[in-house]
Structures are given as structure tokens and as C-alpha cells.
Design a protein around this ligand. Structure first.
Ligand code: GDP
Length: 301
């Protein structure tokens, strides 16, 4: 929690500071409430959640006749925690099911942090004694497979890849699942391509990877990686991807150094899928399970 808080608070415009100064101010008039709402919007909580958080706070202030900033912050914290949907199941498929490895497909636009997330996740799973295998199904650039392989070597897990640029990503994914099967691995993590300049091609490719993998094994988890700093753009990406694959969890990266953590609320609401992991930096240990309570506290400091 301390690490999460210090990472989120690094930003100059941390949500908590803005809110506290508003709530501590003299007047609690309509202007103040509008400012509170704008502050929540600026943290990417989304229109719906921002409006309902302010409405509830206003109601409680009116009903209880309290206007002490610390009490209001406490109420906001409670409601924010509820908005984070703490009841959602955030476990990640990572153990063998029905005598075969769990298959985890990782999708998202290039640059959001897919490969890095796979490396960090592999490290977490290895620490939990899981036998992990990686599959480099982003075959468009050789560099992408190299990068994944480097992570694999770093955390001590094998990477299945093709030596050719432009090999068929679906066949690499298929091969990775097959080798994971033969090796009796616990879990195989599949990296996929995410060039968004041609949406139709990308989505066709992704659909094909899915189809081909499923000839051999069910896919247990599809993790969508979103860059927290991209705000509404990230939301649109999420919708596009979820049209093609059934996203089962979200990884929100680059939460370090941004005040935009509120995107968690917006994206969970829009997709009805839990945020399962958060990326807090570029290092191998900078990945954390998403903890709604710690997160609400870190956000409101
Ligand atoms: P991919 O194209 O989706 O596979 O993205 P990469 O894994 O190559 O990551 C793109 C860049 O984002 C790299 O420079 C990563 O080091 C960086 N990155 C990934 N995750 C995080 C994170 O949680 N925080 C920060 N600050 N940088 C990250």
C-alpha cells in the first residue's frame, strides 16, 4: 500500500490534494460541488461514477448536517471503494486444469506494456512455484519476440517463438500451447500483436489466434493491457478488443506517475470485467494484484 500510495502520489495533481482543498474551503455551494466533480473527472473516474459520487456525498452532507473535511473524505472513500466493485473475482488462471496447462492470452495496443507485463507476471508465477512458458505470437517485429525472450531468460522460463519476421502468429501461439502441453507446464502466457493502425487486420489476426489456439485447448484467461495514462482513448481500445475476444481481466499499466488512476472505475463499469493487476513501473517487481481497498486509499491519500 505504501508503494502504491507513493507511486500514485508522485503526480503533481494527486486527486486527494485537490479534493481536500476543495472540501476544506469555506463554502459548500454548487460551485464547490461542480469543482469536486471536475476533480474526479480529471482523475478519469468517468462521467457516471463522478456524478454519482458527488450526488451521494451531497446527500449525506445534507442529511447528516456534517461538513467536516475528514468526515466527507471518509464517506467518499467508502463510496469509491464500492464503485471499485470489491466483490469481483480477481484471481488469474495459472494452474493446470483438466490435465492441461492454463492458457492465458495477453492482448492490447502496442506500447501499453504487454510484453513487460508478461515478464513481470511470469516472475510472480515462478515465485509461486508455477511452471511457466511464454509464447511470442507478436511476430510482426522480431524485436518483440526478442524482448519477450529476454524477459523469459531473466525470470528463467522458456519462450516459444519463430525465427522469422512475419510468421503466422496463430501458428506460433498454437505451437506454444503444444509445447506447454508436452512439458506439462502449469500455464502458458501468449503475447500478441497490437498494431492499431489497421484495426480490421489486427482484429482479424487476433480472432484467428484465438480460433487456432482453441482447436487445441480452451483459453482460460484473456488479459487486456491498458495504459492508464491514455484515459478515454484506453477506454475505446478496451471496447474494440472486447468485441473480438472475451476479455476476462484488465491489467492497468503505468499507474506510477499519473493521477489518472480513476480509469479503473470507468473501465470496470464499461466492460463489466475486473482490473486484476496494476503496473507500477518498468522493473521486474513493479506489478501488483489489484486491491480495491488499498487502491481507494491510495487514490484519496
Ligand atoms: P507492448 O508493446 O505492449 O508489449 O509494450 P512494452 O511491454 O514493450 O512496454 C512499452 C513501454 O512501457 C516500455 O518502455 C516499458 O518499460 C514501459 N512500461 C510497461 N509497463 C509499465 C509500467 O507499469 N510503468 C511504467 N512507468 N512503464 C511501463
Amino acid at each position: 500500500l505504501r508503494r502504491l500510495r507513493s507511486r500514485l502520489a508522485r503526480s503533481d495533481s494527486a486527486l486527494s490534494r485537490g479534493l481536500l482543498s476543495l472540501l476544506q474551503g469555506g463554502q459548500l455551494d454548487e460551485d464547490t460541488w461542480d469543482d469536486v466533480e471536475s476533480t474526479l473527472l480529471a482523475a478519469d473516474l468517468g462521467v457516471e461514477a463522478s456524478a454519482s459520487l458527488v450526488a451521494r456525498l451531497k446527500e449525506r452532507v445534507a442529511a447528516e448536517g456534517v461538513r467536516d473535511a475528514a468526515t466527507m473524505r471518509g464517506w467518499l472513500l467508502e463510496d469509491l471503494y464500492t464503485e471499485l466493485q470489491p466483490q469481483m473475482d480477481r484471481r488469474i488462471a495459472s494452474s493446470r486444469v483438466g490435465g492441461r496447462p492454463a492458457v492465458v492470452m495477453v492482448v492490447g495496443v502496442n506500447g501499453t506494456g504487454k510484453t513487460t507485463t508478461i515478464g513481470k507476471l511470469a516472475r510472480v508465477l515462478v515465485a509461486e512455484d508455477r511452471d511457466v512458458m511464454l509464447g511470442a505470437a507478436d511476430t510482426f517485429r522480431a524485436a518483440a519476440a526478442d524482448q519477450l525472450e529476454t524477459w523469459g531468460a531473466r525470470v528463467g522460463v522458456p519462450t516459444v517463438r519463430s525465427d522469422r519476421d512475419g510468421a503466422d502468429p496463430a501458428s506460433v501461439a498454437y505451437q506454444a500451447v503444444r509445447e506447454a502441453n508436452e512439458a506439462e507446464a502449469d500455464v502458458v502466457l501468449l503475447d500478441t500483436a497490437g498494431r492499431l493502425h489497421n484495426k480490421t487486420d489486427l482484429m482479424n489476426e487476433l480472432a484467428k489466434v484465438k480460433r487456432v489456439v482453441e482447436k487445441q485447448s480452451p483459453i482460460d484467461e484473456v488479459l487486456l493491457v491498458l495504459d492508464a495514462t491514455t484515459g478515454q482513448n484506453g477506454m475505446r481500445q478496451a471496447e474494440v478488443f472486447s468485441e473480438v475476444v472475451e476479455v476476462t481481466g484488465i491489467v492497468l499499466t503505468k499507474l506510477d506517475g499519473t493521477a489518472k488512476g480513476g480509469i479503473v472505475v470507468a473501465v470496470q463499469k464499461a466492460l463489466g470485467v475486473p482490473v486484476k493487476l496494476v503496473g507500477l513501473g518498468e522493473g521486474p517487481d513493479d506489478l501488483a494484484p489489484f486491491d480495491p481497498k488499498a487502491f481507494a486509499e491510495a487514490l484519496l491519500g
